[in-house]
Design a protein around this ligand. Sequence first.
Ligand code: FUL
Length: 476
Amino acid sequence: MISAGLAADATGSVAPPAPRPPTPSLRQMQWQDLGVCGFLHFNMNTFTGKEWGYGDESETNFNPTDFDADQIARVAAEGGMRGLILTCKHHDGFCLWPSRYTEHSVKNSPWKDGKGDVVREISDACRRHGLQFGIYLSPWDRSRADYGRPEYITYFRNQLRELLTHYGPIFEVWFDGANGGDGYYGGAREKRTIDRATYYDWPNTVKLVRQLQPCACIFSDGGPDIRWVGNEDGHAGSTCWATLNLRDFAPGLADENLLNHGDRSGSDWVPAECDVSIRPGWFYHASEDAKVKSPSQLLDIYFASVGRGAGLVLNVPPDRRGQIADGDARSLREFHDALETTFARNLARDARAEASNVRGNDSGFAAQRVLDGWDDTYWATDDGVTNAQLVITLAQPTMFNIVSLREYLPLGQRIESFALDQWRDGQWVEFAAGTSIGKQCLVRGAPVTTEKVRLRVLKCAQCPAIAEIGLYADGS
Ligand code: FUL
């Protein structure tokens, strides 16, 4: 029996469900709201044609001919990105800002006669264009003579401190997992191996970030705020939990399968981030101009990342001018336009929602909450009800091929198994099923035309708390 969604008044006397731990921190929830951000791989490699510089490159190579931070930020904002992460230092060690701790930086390049600061220009442009700004500081440094010794950790932290104190609010600090191997190392030209679990003394670096930028999320293979998704293709696992056991990981020490799917029994909230480049390489190479991912490839990536509850960081590498190339900008814009068109209107917005159980029969937790357009209201059932149904009745038969589901994140990830049915020829027919939902689950399939859709919650750790359900058509 399905009871009416708005059966009683919201009295406020019915207590909300207890959270299902672990739950996200405020900074993680803010990050999870961003959806799509951009990566800017722009540094020495842009000018030497490499992906991983060795560390012996002369500063004179760095010389963008027409650097334009506003063009970069504008293209990103118009492409729907909400933040940009800049490779302030990649593995070759060259610094895009005039660090006081090294000569290997823009200050010894011909660009702007050594007076330039790419980090300053990009961070300022981000703020002008309504974007958040994040930093990539490679822990591995193939230029430094002291890499592998404790002195290097002091150097690394000094640089981190510069970046975290001179350029305004930072939303994400990106620590790469590639560290240790062969390099220039101040002329030694040898292979250096470090103990990835202990060399960097990560806990104290995390403390430094917390102290200087408490709202910044720290990304690495091992979190602590955001985890790598385990590949560079932009694909989260079709089941993707936002949970893991942090103690299992350190940057460069990762189980890629576990990172891809998460760990349902994990005790820490560490959502996945999918980092992927719009081109084959991370840095701009003119030879790859014809290999820019198409809008439809980017859409597939979106559904496999954001559509599985993960964040997407899409790399759009500036070229040797210091601007995003036309082909990349076009593809990004068309991808964004397609998303805007598809998600402009929830086709179920004016529909009626009813559920098999409503918490305390209180309209504050009514089924209709899943259609009100707000992520911070939700349908919930009574405690102990972990099998429940919600039916959406549309005003007329409607065609859609995407269903969007969201859980109310402050209460943790609760649903473990669900199915979706359509009303067809006088009976319910299942058209999709899934596992994890979390921040968002986008189910995309063949077009369905129906006047009633049913969500069946089949398995749930604690009573469900669903924030939103949407039906959309992408025109395919
Ligand atoms: C990798 C790095 O080695 C690549 O060069 C790039 O920066 C990518 C985002 O992460 O691990």
